[in-house]
Design a protein around this ligand. Structure first.
Ligand code: HEM
Length: 177
């Protein structure tokens, strides 16, 4: 997993909790990398799972809630780091529909070793279905990113989510504004 995900996660922990909490969860998680991340580096996916688990242990907040909150926060950070991706995009569903075929394709040019999920999308006016598949199973992160995207566009998105028998996750989104 790209270092940018780790640096943004630890930045969120520092901002919402404290620098001390960052040091504590790095100690608790006992990470192969030692927790010294650079945004261009690449680290084992299991390290983010360990860090979130450690934060859950210290705060008592459930892991899925922390991952969704991180996804929400991450959307704001990624859109600030890459404003070019949002240029000319009028609404949240248009943006979300373009993640797989446009945004993540560009991301792969910037970070050739990125490991990205797949989204199969079907659009019908005010509705968008996104089917998320990834061996990393980060559907809570996807939900948080979707929520962060809705907030960015000041849109009230109705989000329905369910697991599919093949292990993928279906998101049915409807623009309520
Ligand atoms: C400005 C927009 C975006 C940028 C620049 C961006 C970039 C990235 C990057 C750099 C990664 C890390 C890849 C790795 O660790 O190797 C990633 C992963 C991911 N992205 Fe995006 N992304 C954007 C928007 C979105 C949105 C809106 C969604 C959800 C609908 C999304 C879903 C995900 C998920 C779930 C992952 C985790 C990897 C996995 O599930 O396999 N991204 N993205």
């Amino acid at each position: 997993m790209k270092g940018v995900i780790f640096t943004e996660f630890l930045g969120m922990v520092a901002g919402r909790f404290s620098e001390e909490m960052v040091d504590d969860i790095i100690d608790d998680a006992d990470l192969p990398s030692g927790g010294a991340y650079t945004s261009v580096g690449r680290y084992d996916h299991s390290e983010i799972v360990s860090l979130v688990g450690a934060l859950s242990g210290r705060t008592g907040a459930p892991v899925p809630d922390l991952v969704k909150a991180f996804g929400h926060h991450l959307f704001g950070r990624l859109s600030a780091l890459h404003p070019e991706f949002l240029l000319g995009v009028g609404d949240a569903l248009d943006f979300l529909e373009s993640v797989d075929k446009v945004i993540h394709v560009e991301v792969l040019k910037l970070y050739p070793d990125a490991m990205l999920p797949r989204f199969d999308t079907t659009r019908d006016g005010k509705r968008l279905q996104m089917i998320y598949s990834s061996p990393r199973g980060m559907e809570d992160l996807a939900e948080g990113l979707i929520r962060g995207c809705a907030e960015h566009f000041s849109q009230d998105l109705h989000i329905e989510r369910h697991a599919r028998p093949d292990g993928s996750t279906e998101f049915n989104l409807e623009n309520a504004t």
